[in-house]
Design a protein around this ligand. Structure first.
Ligand code: NAD
Length: 478
């Protein structure tokens, strides 16, 4: 078991002002894998003051200097990728091979991308008689969830530092160990004291202290829509900038001319990745009525390939859910689906008989789900797919948009132009056409209650900048 008994504030590892600790539980063994400080409001305040103190100098560094430091952090992440993959496989439960590729791989792309964008980014522009500057917004509070913990951290910390902002990070208490590894890497890279700070603790305490702090200029939050609403409300008291990356209930629209086996395989994969604990998971599969029987059969056959088991076993495709709370929540949604009349095609709420420890749930597919059913409307965050039928293209678009969320989605058709036409009508932040892969350089974020703002790539950097217009006096014509 690891004991991480210090916080990273002002360039030093320091004890919390409190004495509490948080147990980090391994999702496959149910044992305590680490202990981290249960930070206090005073710790949050110390970290914000350190970030404020470091801001002016960090903001004044050259683009070349910042890009070089970001590259160093990227290299540090690369060196420790196996350790990061293993840590997150234990914290979150994702099979270790995938965790190393995705959970450890994406963060180094975020730092690498920012280092690349920076030298050519137009920080100044002439518009008529104005010189328009883009300046760092100030002190950033980054508050992150557990499902892709280091990716979500990197999506904030990399662009914030690139912009010239200083950061206080509060990671999820469920999966915080990876954040300590990042802090070590950042410390070794030689970032100035106070430019990056790490405080662990509870959202209701440390999180709210950061959101309400008058010296924090921007809150960049990823997490549940419930917590996002609370943060929006609190931040309004000091009129902070707030970016929110929240929940989703994304639809995969399979048009009648699609390659059905490929479309179903792609949709099941986009639903079950990380045991369904993905904000942009394709949890609603929309198929034409005429293709329902075949699609249902294919989905069940696909689900059977998702061998459930220990994240460290070679054969496992689906690890446990992150926590007992999450397991109970997913099981109760599966029961609700049955109660509300959806057809349970495979899986179900019972535990897998052969796995005594760990919060495992069977890959579950529901057929003939009503678009208004609870399981079609609410984010489950487990490996649960709902198949919904539609009459025609118009109906498919209507159902895809019949959600308070608008984060991800997919459209499948042999005719790419047609798929793009349909994708344009879906009110959501990203749509995968025929299984097009995730692009970490393209903007990511949500419409509607999936959030505000975008992460990744150039738009992700712009979130951390303010405009300033200098009106120059026009020169008299000679
Ligand atoms: P959560 O909202 O419970 O917690 C997220 C973070 O917010 C944690 O660090 C937590 O401590 C903190 N927090 C909670 N309440 C707070 C408050 N009142 N004030 C300040 N901070 C607070 O979410 P979670 O369970 O960790 O993560 C799962 C959720 O995250 C899902 O709903 C998922 O869809 C969403 N998510 C969204 C995206 C996206 O990019 N849109 C990505 C990943 C996860």
């Amino acid at each position: 078991m690891q004991v991480r008994d210090k916080l990273y504030i002002d360039g030093r590892w320091v004890p919390s002002t409190g004495t509490g600790t948080i147990d980090v539980i391994c999702s496959s063994t149910e044992e305590v894998m680490a202990k981290v400080p249960d930070g206090t409001v005073e710790d949050a305040d110390r970290a914000v003051r350190a970030a404020r103190g470091a801001f002016q100098d960090w903001a004044a560094t050259s683009v070349t200097e910042r890009a070089a430091l970001l590259k160093k952090i990227r290299d540090g992440l690369k060196e420790r990728a196996d350790e990061i993959g293993q840590t997150i496989a234990m914290e979150v439960g994702m099979p270790v091979k995938l965790a190393t590729k995705i959970q450890a791989g994406l963060p180094l792309m975020s730092f690498g991308t920012m280092a690349k964008i920076l030298p050519d980014f137009p920080f100044e522009e002439r518009i008529g008689n104005s010189l328009v500057l883009r300046e760092p917004v100030g002190v950033v509070a980054a508050i992150t969830p557990w499902n892709y913990p280091l990716h979500q951290i990197a999506c904030k910390v990399a662009p914030a530092l690139a912009a010239g902002c200083t950061v206080v990070l509060k990671p999820s208490k469920v999966a915080p160990v990876n954040a300590f590894i990042l802090a070590e890497i950042i410390a070794a890279a030689g970032l100035p004291d106070g430019a990056f700070n790490l405080v662990t603790g509870h959202g209701s305490l440390v999180g709210e202290a950061l959101v309400g702090h008058p010296e924090v200029d921007l809150v960049s939050f990823t997490g549940s829509t419930r917590a996002g609403k609370r943060i929006y409300e609190l931040a309004s008291q000091t009129v902070k900038r707030v970016t929110l990356e929240l929940g989703g209930k994304s639809a995969s629209v399979i048009l009648e001319d699609a390659d059905l086996p490929a479309a179903v395989k792609g949709t099941v994969s986009a639903c079950f990745l990380n045991s369904g604990q993905t904000c942009s998971a394709h949890t609603r599969m929309l198929v034409p009525e005429s293709k329902y029987a075949e699609a249902a059969q294919l989905a069940v056959a696909e689900a059977a390939k998702y061998t459930v088991g220990d994240p460290f076993a070679e054969t496992s495709k689906l690890g446990p859910l992150v926590s007992k709370t999450q397991l109970e929540r997913v099981r109760s949604y599966i029961r609700k689906g049955i109660e509300e009349g959806a057809e349970l095609l495979c899986g179900g709420p019972e535990a897998s008989a052969d796995l005594e420890k760990g919060w495992y749930v069977k890959p579950t597919v529901f057929g003939r789900v009503d678009s208004q059913a609870t399981i079609a409307q609410e984010e489950i965050f487990g490996p649960v797919l709902s198949i919904i039928t539609y009459k025609d293209e118009e109906d498919a678009v209507r159902i895809a948009n019949d959600s308070i969320y608008g984060l991800g989605g997919g459209v499948w058709s042999q005719d790419e132009d047609r798929a793009v036409r349909v994708a344009r009508r879906i009110r959501t932040g990203q749509v995968d056409i025929n299984g097009g892969p995730f692009n970490p350089q393209a903007p990511f974020g949500g419409y509607k209650q999936s959030g505000n703002g975008r992460e990744n790539g150039r738009p992700g950097l712009e979130e951390f900048l303010e405009y300033k217009s200098l009106q120059l006096k026009p020169q008299p014509k000679s």
